[in-house]
Design a protein around this ligand. Structure first.
Ligand SMILES: Nc1ncnc2c1ncn2[C@@H]1O[C@H](COP(=O)(O)OP(=O)(O)O)[C@@H](O)[C@H]1O
Ligand SMILES: [Mg+2]
Length: 397
């Protein structure tokens, strides 16, 4: 393979503060901000496992995401975060994958549509246009043999009715908007000429060139060092503020969650175990698994003989008897425990589980016991955005 030799562009050649994106014409219909942009209801996705039983990657997943909102999806590796996001864009390979059940209602320019039901032709008009995705490792989504310019332009020309020179302008603007200086020259560079942080900026520029309404960011900064990670996340926050964009931010880093999320969705073993706004979730975690996650983070200045592990919390039976409604038998769902004796599981997949609003605007995954027997399952619905919260907006950066 022959590459043009050239300089490596690293983050020292990025502007500290990105240039404000020049007023680009709006290409999507304005959104109704009081309606969820995306509403996932009862999503179940499984994978063929040869002769063994299918792997149920996610089951009964419910979440809502509003315009301008950042919904952080957290949980350990393998809990179903990527499968959830990739299902929205039909990027789960099918087969071996399969959509078993569920709906993913999205406010398209042509009105609400179920993404899961779209044909491949329909989803292609949404993907990279109304919805964009950025991944952990940009090298896998940038093609090494094409220039950065070719790759950004391709996405623009595919979805926007613009001339070549207009597309060039949009590509330059989007590089500038992610803080890449001298953007015109950079269009002619190849991916290998960029450092990891700069490639991540390029991928974000590509994702944002079409002004998506929804950005699915799957561990967008995990591979980057802490300083660059902070810059990229700040950049995403800035861009989000100036657009109506909603963002699903997938991460296992609770520090990233604390600094970026409006709402947090904690997943475990393919299900949602807790869902609340970021202040409520950090201040008052209720599922033992979430409590374990927080307990296992060392705090500065705190002396401990040893770190508390998630197991220390999870193994304590008392931790499972403290939810609001516990006296009536409301118990956190936990796949490693025997279900409570008064389980009234429905005869359906994930029928042993229910996402209960245990207090206003705070949901916990619980066993479908007698106490919640009659409750109808619905996606958790939380329009909360820090930027609109008068008691918090002042402290937001
Ligand atoms: N292409 C695939 N084939 C088989 N199993 C898969 C595939 N993709 C994901 N899975 C399974 O789905 C589950 C959830 O995976 P994933 O969503 O990637 O987890 P996360 O992103 O939370 O780390 C895992 O058990 C994983 O093994
Ligand atoms: Mg993943």
């Amino acid at each position: 393979m022959h590459h043009t030799r050239g300089p490596i562009f690293d983050d020292s050649s990025a502007a500290a503060t990105p240039a404000a994106a020049p007023a680009s014409r709006k290409i999507h219909k304005s959104l109704n901000e009081s309606e969820p942009l995306l509403r996932v209801d009862n999503l179940a996705v499984s994978f063929d496992n040869g002769s063994g039983p299918r792997i149920q990657a996610v089951d009964g997943v419910r979440m809502s995401l509003y315009p301008r909102q950042t919904l952080a999806v957290v949980g350990e590796s393998g809990c179903g975060k990527s499968v959830t996001a990739m299902s929205m864009m039909h990027l789960v390979p099918r087969p071996p994958g399969r959509f078993d059940r569920g709906r993913a209602m999205f406010q398209t320019d042509a009105g609400p549509r179920d993404l899961l039901m779209m044909s491949e032709r329909e989803i292609r008009t949404v993907r990279g246009n109304e919805i964009a995705m950025i991944f952990q490792e940009p090298m896998t989504s940038l093609n090494p043999v094409y220039t950065i310019g070719d790759q950004i332009m391709e996405a623009i020309l595919l979805h926007q009715r613009v001339t070549f020179s207009e597309a060039t302008r949009i590509a330059i603007d989007s590089l500038l908007s992610v803080g890449i200086k001298d953007a015109e020259a950079r269009l002619r560079a190849y991916p290998h000429q960029f450092s990891g942080g700069m490639r991540q900026r390029v991928m974000i520029a590509m994702a944002l060139a079409c002004q998506p309404k929804l950005l699915l960011a799957d561990e967008p900064t995990t591979a980057l060092d802490v300083t660059i990670q902070a810059q990229i996340l700040e950049l995403l926050r800035d861009l989000q503020r100036t657009r109506q964009m909603g963002m699903m931010l997938i991460t296992h880093d609770l520090g990233v969650v604390a600094e970026n999320a409006d709402v947090v969705c904690v997943m475990y073993a393919g299900r949602v175990v807790e869902y609340a706004n970021v202040f409520e979730l950090f201040g008052n975690p209720m599922h033992p698994y979430t409590r374990g996650l927080f307990a296992s983070i060392p705090k500065v200045g705190e002396l401990r003989d040893r770190l508390v592990t998630i197991a220390d919390v999870i193994d304590n039976p008392e931790a499972f008897r403290s939810l609001p409604g516990a006296e009536q038998g409301v118990r956190p769902w936990w796949p490693w425990h025997e279900p409570p004796a008064d389980l009234t599981a429905r005869n359906e997949p994930a029928g042993d589980y229910y996402l209960q609003e245990v207090k206003p605007e705070h949901w916990v995954g619980v066993w479908r016991t007698k106490a919640v027997q009659e409750h109808e399952s619905r996606p958790p619905d939380l329009a909360y955005r820090i930027a609109d919260d008068p008691s918090r907006a002042a402290s937001a950066p």
